[in-house]
Design a protein around this ligand. Sequence first.
Ligand code: NAI
Ligand code: MG
Length: 355
Amino acid sequence: MAARTVKLAVIPGDGIGPEVVAEGLKVLSAAAPEHDLAFDTTSYELGARRWHATGETLPDSVEAELRGHEAIFLGAVGDPSVPSGVLERGLLLRLRFAFSHYVNLRPVRLYPGVTTPLADVAPEDIDMLVVREGTEGPYAGMGGVVRKGTPHEIATQDSVNTRFGVERVVRYAFAAAQRRPRRRLTLVHKDNVLSFAGELWQRVVREVGAEYPDVSVDYLHVDAATMFFVSQPQRFDVVVTDNLFGDIITDLGAAVAGGIGLAASGNINPENDFPSMFEPVHGSAPDIAGQGKADPTATILSAAIMLDHLGLEGAARAVERAVAEDLLARAKDGAAERSTAQIGDAIAERVAGQG
Ligand code: NAI
Ligand code: MG
C-alpha cells in the first residue's frame, strides 16, 4: 500500500484533451512508486459529446461528486460543433466559480533547449509566475442584452472587482513573491482608464504590500506589460492581475517561453475548501485532434503544479526535472518528430528513474 493515495477526478474533455491527459496520467503513474504514492482516478465524460447527447454541461450531481475529490485533472473543452461559450461558461467557468478557484496560477518559464522567438534571451531571463484572478472581473457573468437584434441593441459585460476578491488574490501573490529569490511583484492593470477597479487594485496592493516590506512592488499598464513581456521579460518575477488581463498576457507568456504546447496552469483554491483544478493553458485544438500531434508537455507540467499543490513537492520536482531533461534532449535531436504518446513515454521513463 502506498503511503498516500490521491483521490483524483479526471476530465479528459474534447479534441486533444483525452490525448494529452492520457500522457499526464502516464507520467503520474510512473512517478507514483518512487514517491510512495497512488492515484485513485475517476474519469468524467464532460464536454461536447455529452452536451450533444444529453444537453448537459455540468449536471449538479457531477459537480457534487467532483467536490469529493482532492484535485481535478482536466484536458480541454470546446468543439466547433458547440456554440461558443456553452462549454466554456457552463463547465469551465462554472467549476472555477463553484470551487472558488480564485488563483489562476500560470508559470512562464523558458526551459533550457527551448526555442524562444525573442532574440538574445536566455532561460534565466524568462522566469515569472503570473497570478491571475480567477473568479471576478469581466468573466463574472454580470451584464446583459436589451433590444437584441435591433439597431438599438445594448450589450454590457460588467467587470466585477470586490475588495474581498482582490485582497485574497493579492495576498496570495505577495506570499508567492516572498518565497522566490527576486521577491518582486508587478501589478498589471489599466488604472489610467479603468479607474474605479484600477484604484481598488492599487490600494489593496499598497495596503497588503506594507505587510511584505521585503517584496519590491512595481506597476505596469497592461498594454505596456505586453511590450515588456517581449522586450524585457527579465523585469517580471511575480505578476498579479485581473481575470481578463491575465488570460491575455499568459498567451503571450506562453509564446515567448516556447509555445502553447508547454504552458501549464492551476486553478487553485488555496484554502482547500474545494478541489483545485489543473489543466494546460491551451484549448482542445480541433485542428490537430485525433492525430497524435499534440504536445502533452503542458499537461504534464500542469500535473507537476498539481503535485506541488497537494504537498508532494518531491514528486513535483521529479516530474519537472524529467520534462526539463526531455526538452533538452529534443533540442539536441533536432528534427526528431515524436507523437503525443512517444513524448509521454519518454518523460514517464525519465521520471520513473528519479527518486
Ligand atoms: P487552442 O489552444 O485549442 O489552439 C490554438 C493553436 O495551438 C492551434 O493551432 C492548435 O493546434 C495549437 N495547439 C494547442 N495546443 C497544442 C498542443 N498541446 N500541441 C501542439 N499544438 C497545440 O485554442 P483555440 O483554437 O482558440 O480554441 C479551440 C477550442 O478550445 C475552442 O473551442 C476554445 O473555446 C477551447 N478552449 C478551451 C480551453 C480550456 O478548456 N481551458 C482554453 C482555450 C480554448
Ligand atoms: Mg486563455
